[in-house]
Design a protein around this ligand. Structure first.
Ligand SMILES: Nc1ncnc2c1ncn2[C@@H]1O[C@H](COP(=O)(O)OP(=O)(O)OP(=O)(O)O)[C@@H](O)[C@H]1O
Ligand SMILES: O=C(O)[C@H](O)COP(=O)(O)O
Length: 403
């Protein structure tokens, strides 16, 4: 059980600084609504209805990436879910931001600009150093309390997550509470039968690192997405390279290939790789190719193929517990959704205990008409959830516990 304070412990009429995780998919510059908005809206609404002045911080993307955008659209999407206005100021802690904060009335909500647009937010440093930054030192005196609701970002030692709890009384928001309880209990839970983990997505570095620590807990890993291709590359296939505009592979390969090679050496029998992959042909249709037949590094692959799904399906149906982190393909494009939807359907049709994690991946459930009730827990956290599976603590949570 956690030892942090929650919204139930908050005094009345507070000026509250709240950290959310609204990091969302961005398609052609448009921020996509997803369950992070719906879940965080609960915390925000509760604070506003209680009459607090509510100032929100969140991040979007990483500097240099296409999805590194302003939070102006996030304010509108969040307002829809909260059922109240959410004002936005395009500033993190400068004069514009401080003026907007100071003019806030009881029950009003204000969202500040993307925290990662402020130099002090990144990189990861010790909380003591983060607390000393100008960002934290300027904002903290304007508030009575800090609420961290961003469980899904709590593995990052960034200023907005670890600096403020050293300067202000700190509380967990409702999402933080729920996700913490669900995910921490998984780490200690014991299963009688096979435990399977489906690993995909684009953040290969996050998952490969964790796979290394989950070998005792997980019996079988089913791979797809970018991590899956990097494993195929390590096994000698001509996939998992940056081609065309794709730049997800080579840097992550440099960072992880030694771990991948040792995982294949030491735990090869626990790791299933795709036997076929899907790509977009000249007619813009989905086409599939057996991994054995790939002899040129000339294409980007966007999903696992149907033979792979057919191999993964019975493994899932034989499992006592299945954990999903990351999609097996670019499921947002229906042509490349078969792998992700195939494994999710298999999970939903069995009685196994299951957790589907990841801000993007959890979106596939509603996009393809699956029922959230057919899964044990749908987490809006990705990297934080898999770290929690290993029993590791999250620095953002530790800072709340010390408070
Ligand atoms: N072969 C592929 N090519 C391109 N994108 C892919 C491929 N396979 C998976 N993806 C993308 O991976 C994304 C999900 O993975 P990602 O690692 O970003 O996140 P997540 O696990 O959902 O969450 P979090 O960001 O919270 O850790 C999906 O949006 C999907 O489109
Ligand atoms: O989407 C996520 O998983 C969190 O917001 C963390 O984002 P990051 O991996 O860019 O730190």
């Amino acid at each position: 059980m956690s030892t942090f304070k929650t919204l139930d412990d908050l005094d009345s009429d507070q000026r509250v600084l709240v950290r959310l995780d609204l990091n969302s998919p961005v398609e052609d510059g448009e921020v996509q609504d997803n369950r992070r908005f719906e879940r965080h809206a609960q915390t925000v609404r509760e604070l506003a209805e209680a009459g607090h002045r509510v100032v929100l911080m969140a991040h979007q993307g990483r500097p240099g990436d296409d999805d590194f955008v302003s939070l102006d659209q996030h304010a509108d999407i969040l307002a829809e879910h909260v059922g109240r206005d959410v004002a936005f100021v395009a500033d993190t802690y400068g004069d514009e931001a401080t003026e907007a904060i100071e003019s806030l009335e009881s029950g009003e909500i204000l969202l500040l600009e993307n925290t990662r647009m402020c130099e002090d937010e990144l990189p990861e440093e010790h909380p003591d150093d983060k607390a000393k930054t100008e960002f934290v030192q300027t904002l903290a005196p304007l508030f009575d309390a800090y609420v961290n609701d961003a469980y899904s970002a709590a593995h990052r030692s960034h200023a907005s997550l670890v600096g403020f709890p050293l300067e202000l009384p700190a509380y967990a928001g409702r999402v933080m509470e729920t996700e913490y309880e669900a995910n921490s209990s998984i780490a200690t839970r014991e299963f009688d039968g096979q435990v399977t983990m489906v690993v995909g997505g684009t953040k290969a570095t996050d998952v490969i690192d964790v796979m290394n620590n989950l070998g005792e807990t997980v019996d079988q890993f089913l791979l797809g997405g970018i991590a899956g291709e990097l494993f195929l590359r390590a096994a000698g296939h001509d996939v998992g390279f940056d081609v065309g505009e794709m730049d997800l592979f080579d840097d992550q390969w440099e960072e992880n290939h030694e771990t991948i090679e040792s995982l294949i050496d030491e735990r090869g029998d626990q790791i299933s790789l795709a036997v076929d992959l899907a790509y977009e042909d000249e007619d813009d249709e989905r086409a599939e190719i057996s991994v054995e037949d790939i002899d040129e590094k000339d294409k980007g692959y966007l999903d696992v193929g149907s033979d792979t799904v057919a191999e993964y399906d019975p493994v899932i149906r034989d499992s006592e517990a299945v954990f999903v982190k990351g999609a097996l393909g670019l499921f947002e494009d229906e042509r490349f959704s078969n792998g992700t939807v195939g494994v999710l359907e298999a999970i939903s049709e069995t009685d196994c205990f299951s957790v589907v994690g990841g801000g993007d991946t959890s979106r596939a459930i509603e996009m393809y008409g699956l029922d959230e009730d057919d899964f044990g827990h749908v987490s809006i956290a990705g990297g934080a959830y898999i770290r929690a599976l290993t029993g590791a603590s999250l620095v953002g949570v530790e800072m709340l516990e010390q408070n």
